[in-house]
Design a protein around this ligand. Structure first.
Ligand code: B12
Ligand code: SF4
Ligand code: SF4
Length: 270
């Protein structure tokens, strides 16, 4: 049986209390990062977000300095995959018709998490200048640039996004990065490149104007109502495909972002 709201809020209070305990854990056991990763993940249980892995930054990673001017020793990425975050968001925010409703739900939650674990917070969709989060993702976990620009994950396919980077001063011990090949290497038909009605995918760039021109036209209903057709054509990770209303929500956010020149206010939602 699903927990009642009161039970849920007690559970969530307990989780946040636990996050505070983990802060003590970080100080006490700086070398034992796996419990910290598990702890962050379980604190995000009700949100559909989870730890996407981490890395120790090198100068060419272009990781910003910490607020005190020091170098970050560890970066941990937080993100979502499949429909879990959408379900949590829909339950928490029944009226999602206003622009930025996802940002307004997510940002305070991520800010609170960062504060409690003593990390500096980077929101990847906050810019310009945008942080190179896809490059960071490749350092943290086995994801690869797909022919349509989005990173592909062997399990989640194209159905995942990065919501935050947590920067720690300490060089924390991280679990080894998993290894695997890109699913695109063995994808003979490459259907993602064959279905875009706007021909929006160049060799190394995405034509956002062409995409949004089509999506918002009378002929664009398929992408507008269900999300990017090219993304949906990929055979990898289909079990993680976003629910239909999530596809429409993110597509509307993309259209707003492009129409307003990719301003921060409309970026986070996509
Ligand atoms: C601005 C932005 C957009 C803009 C323009 C994107 C563009 N490609 O031009 C708009 C609003 C249109 C957009 C749309 C989407 N976006 Co967007 N976007 C961003 C954002 C905030 C900044 C990207 C950027 O300009 N970086 C700066 C420049 C200098 O980087 P860059 O090295 O040139 O690389 C970018 C492009 O050149 C391009 N690119 C680079 N190499 C190649 C190679 C090929 C073959 C192609 C086609 C593109 C391409 O992709 C990079 C990222 O867009 C990033 C978050 C981030 N911090 O990176 C998310 C981000 C790339 N978007 C994301 C997503 C999910 C989408 C959508 C799928 C959402 C949707 N509703 O369908 C669409 C589809 C876009 C697509 N097919 O590429 C995710 C991708 C997650 C992942 N698994 O990789 C990111 C990483 C956000 C996140 N927080 O995770 N996006
Ligand atoms: S359709 Fe094939 S080539 Fe395209 S992203 Fe999916 S696996 Fe990669
Ligand atoms: S949303 Fe539709 S028009 Fe835009 S890139 Fe995807 S398939 Fe092409």
């Amino acid at each position: 049986m699903a927990p009642r709201p009161m039970q849920r809020s007690r559970q969530s209070r307990r989780r946040w209390a636990a996050v505070l305990d983990w802060r003590a854990l970080v100080v006490q056991f700086k070398s034992m990062t796996t419990p910290l990763l598990d702890a962050i993940t379980s604190s995000l249980d009700d949100t559909g977000l989870f730890c996407r892995g981490g890395f120790h930054p090198r100068p060419d990673d272009a990781v910003p300095r910490l607020p005190d001017g020091g170098d970050a020793g560890t970066v941990i990425l937080i993100g979502n995959a499949g429909g879990a975050m959408w379900r949590a968001f829909s339950e928490a925010v029944p009226d999602r018709s206003k622009p930025n409703s996802l940002d307004k739900w997510l940002d305070p939650l991520l800010e609170r998490l960062a504060r409690h674990v003593g990390a500096a917070l980077i929101l990847p969709n906050q810019g310009p200048e945008f942080p190179p989060v896809q490059d960071w993702a490749m350092r943290a976990e086995p994801v690869f640039r797909s022919p349509i620009g989005i990173m592909i994950h062997p399990d989640f396919g194209l159905w995942h996004v990065y919501r935050a980077a947590l920067l720690f001063a300490e060089r924390l011990t991280l679990p080894p990065r998993a290894n695997s090949a890109s699913p695109c290497d063995s994808c003979a038909g490459r259907p993602c490149l064959k279905v875009c009605p706007a021909d929006a995918f160049g060799l190394d760039r995405f034509n956002a104007q062409a995409c949004v021109g089509h999506v918002t036209s009378d002929a664009g209903g398929n992408c507008q109502d269900r999300g990017c057709l090219a993304r949906r054509a990929c055979p990898v990770g289909r079990d993680f495909a976003y629910p239909k209303d999530a596809g429409a929500f993110h597509m509307a956010a993309v259209a707003r972002a492009v129409r307003t020149g990719h301003g921060r206010a409309q970026e986070g939602e996509h």
